[in-house]
Design a protein around this ligand. Structure first.
Ligand code: GDP
Length: 446
């Protein structure tokens, strides 16, 4: 999977690593090619656009390191952006909620997507790996062959299937499956719903009725990864009309262009939980965004090299800052660095928790509503100052304040708040400096 995209991306990016210094133009050219490669892989246009934009922003704002080349840094940024696109903020996409027995799992999707095969694959997986007792039931009342197919697969993998009773509706079968699962002491029961060749109202109503009856703990949509943008469209539809908890992308063993995988999360907001990699019953894998990103880029060595270098820079930066603080120096540049650090760490709590004696300030800042948006505005205010003003905040008198606030599109009162915060932090730093090196170490003041 992803061979073409992978070849294209690594081709584009490798060119960057061969250059010493990179101009903005070099990066822009490379990113244009990245965008084309994504589109050719069938990634949807808005997703490709956002992807390139986020890489561009990060690439321009980043600190330059001596130990790795700019090209290598760009690769790391692309790598991280791939993970973000694939995963959003989900940490454990590949896990299924099957802890309270009998846990119903609803399998939905179009006909031919690989739904029945995937039902059996997952049942086998839950049996073998999670030691669950699983019962499978086919709800495809229109196609007796589909019911037979599930029964045959069940025998093949040693998983029980609900006996077929002619003439029942899907809702009735779902009810019977639950009864049997409860009486038989099963941990999980899987409902393989009927598919259609395309999305229609009748199908959606039927699936929704089964959902209301079964109250599934997981509703997994099975989609054919080879269908590219259509797969994403199908997922969007099922998600709005039935509500899904995750996606299984099948046929990822084929030479599909992989774009469905990249667009799925961004477009539907739902994670890909598994990928199907063949017709055999064990040809299914948990979806690991990091591994997939690694596979797409194929540049794992460079990524870890840059990670190490970044850790090194951060350590050096922190050291330099600490030295200045000890001398009682804390200007607007320092404040900006702090604010940016906070942004990177996702808010106040994280950073302040790492700085000794900051409890009180954290509270004040919380009260001031210091979230990401506020951080951005404060950084904009500092950016609107001249170099001199940043180095020497004592210069900030009325007329300068007006100019700065205007430049950042804010009021002088906003700037005053920032100045007050700076003063408080500078005081704090001075106190910490006086306590000597020991006082500055983690937890030293608490
Ligand atoms: P359903 O109509 O959605 O239930 O689809 P089926 O489960 O019957 O699958 C249709 C065909 O796709 C079967 O021949 C499966 O063996 C095949 N299939 C399912 N998943 C995969 C996969 O991940 N890779 C490949 N290569 N074939 C698959």
């Amino acid at each position: 999977m992803f061979e073409n995209l992978s070849d294209r991306l690594s081709g584009v990016l490798e060119k960057l690593t061969r250059q010493g210094a990179l101009t903005e133009e070099d990066v822009a050219t490379a990113l244009r090619e990245v965008r084309v490669a994504l589109l050719e892989a069938d990634v949807s246009l808005p997703v490709a656009r956002d992807f390139v934009k986020s890489v561009q922003e990060k690439a321009t704002g980043q600190a330059v390191t001596k130990s790795v080349s700019p090209g290598q840094q760009v690769i790391k940024i692309v790598h991280d952006a791939l993970i973000q696109t694939l995963a959003g903020d989900d940490a454990n996409a590949g896990e299924l909620k099957v802890s309270s027995p009998p846990a119903p799992i609803l399998m939905v999707g179009l006909q031919g997507s690989g739904k029945t095969t995937t039902t059996a694959k997952l049942a086998k997986r839950l049996t073998d790996r999670n030691k669950k007792r699983v019962l499978m039931a086919s709800l495809d009342t229109r196609r007796p062959a589909a019911m037979e197919q599930l029964a045959v697969l069940g025998m093949q993998i040693g998983v029980d299937t609900l006996p077929i009773v002619a003439g029942q509706t899907p809702v009735q079968i779902a009810k019977r499956a639950k009864q049997q699962a409860t009486l038989g002491g099963y941990d999980v029961y899987m409902l393989d719903t009927a598919g259609r060749l395309s999305i229609d109202d009748e199908l959606m109503d039927e699936v929704a009725a089964v959902r209301d009856e079964a109250k599934p703990h997981e509703t997994l949509l099975v989609v054919d990864g080879l269908t590219g943008q259509d797969a994403v469209y199908t997922a969007e539809n099922f998600n709005t009309r039935v509500g899904i908890s995750g996606v299984v992308l099948t046929r990822m063993d084929g030479d599909g262009r992989g774009g469905a995988a990249l667009s799925m999360r961004a477009v539907t907001g739902k994670p890909i939980k598994f990928v199907g990699l063949g017709e055999k019953m064990d040809a299914i894998e948990e979806f690991h965004p990091e591994r997939i990103a690694g596979r797409i880029l194929g540049m794992g060595d460079i990524v870890s090299l840059v990670e190490k270098a970044q850790e090194q820079i951060e350590a050096e930066q922190a050291e330099r800052m600490m030295k200045r603080f000890q001398k009682g120096q804390f200007n607007m540049n320092d404040l900006k660095q702090q604010l940016e650090q906070m942004q990177k760490m996702g808010g106040m709590q994280g950073v302040m928790g790492m700085m000794p004696g900051m409890g009180k300030l954290t509270k004040q800042m919380d009260e001031a509503g210091l979230d990401d948006k506020v951080l951005k505005r404060q950084i904009a205010l500092i950016d609107s100052m001249t170099k001199q003003e940043r180095r020497n905040p004592a210069l900030l008198q009325a007329s300068r304040k007006k100019r700065i606030a205007k430049g950042a599109g804010m009021d002088v009162s906003d700037l005053n708040k920032l100045i007050k915060m700076h003063r408080q932090m500078a005081d704090m730093m001075k106190k910490m400096g006086k306590m000597g090196k020991k006082g500055l170490m983690r937890g030293g003041l608490s």
